[in-house]
Design a protein around this ligand. Structure first.
Ligand SMILES: N[C@@H](CCC(=O)N[C@@H](CS)C(=O)NCC(=O)O)C(=O)O
Length: 204
């Protein structure tokens, strides 16, 4: 595959970073195209669905929708199962992570501060623990979703765990995922992956 390009915003989180990390773990060199918000605004209407990330592969085209991109990279580089049944389990993790992201980010659009706080408390009390239980059932024995080796589904879990356990969302306690050991093991497995450590190491 000639050098692919990932286009996203210039920050180490969310959907674009998931795609970058999939390529990092796969050991694939890529053009890391980071857009300034004003430039994004100018090209938004030319994007397949008006959003980022996009993944471009010379001779193959422009791909959008993060989970589709992750599955593509995963299938090309043994980070997503070939077996359709096992693939469905990994797919459920990918989709459940997107659903959680959408539910949490929907609260950021609530203008009224008290209403926003209540919505986030409700997520932390009910939806997020139920989500985490569901994810742990899908992880099974671990340490990763697919067993010994990481897959794109693990990158997705890692990114959600990083956002919720950091201080990204006021009124969602950063401890909300603490009771979920298996989920934490997945996140730590990605954090400590040698290629990921190298990716985040300060550049000389
Ligand atoms: N369903 C899309 C959603 C993509 C999306 O909403 N991306 C955000 C950044 S994480 C974005 O481009 N926001 C700016 C906008 O939509 O104008 C996917 O999974 O890739």
């Amino acid at each position: 595959m000639s050098t692919p390009k990932v286009t996203y915003f210039d920050f180490a989180g969310s959907r674009g970073e998931e795609v970058r990390l999939a390529l990092v773990i796969a050991g694939v060199a890529f053009d890391d195209n980071r857009l300034k918000p004003d430039y994004f605004a100018r090209i938004k209407s030319d994007l397949p669905f008006g959003s980022l990330p996009i993944f471009e592969v010379p001779g193959r085209g422009v791909f959008a929708e993060t989970n589709a991109i992750l599955r593509l990279i995963g299938r090309l580089h043994s980070l997503h199962p070939d077996d359709p049944w096992d693939g469905a389990r990994h797919d459920a993790v990918l989709e459940a992570c997107e659903e959680l992201r959408q539910r949490v980010s929907a609260t950021s659009r609530i203008a009224d501060a008290a209403e926003k706080k209540a919505a986030r408390h409700a997520l932390a009390a009910d939806y997020i623990p139920r989500w985490a239980k569901g994810i742990e059932r899908l992880i099974g024995e671990g340490p990763f979703v697919g067993g010994a080796q990481p897959a794109v589904a693990d990158i997705k879990v890692y990114m959600i765990e990083k956002a919720l356990s950091g201080s990204t969302y006021d009124d969602i306690p950063t401890t909300v995922l603490d009771p979920f050991d298996r989920l934490k093991v997945v996140a730590r497995g990605i954090t400590s992956h040698p290629a990921v450590l190298a990716w985040y190491a300060p550049k000389a």
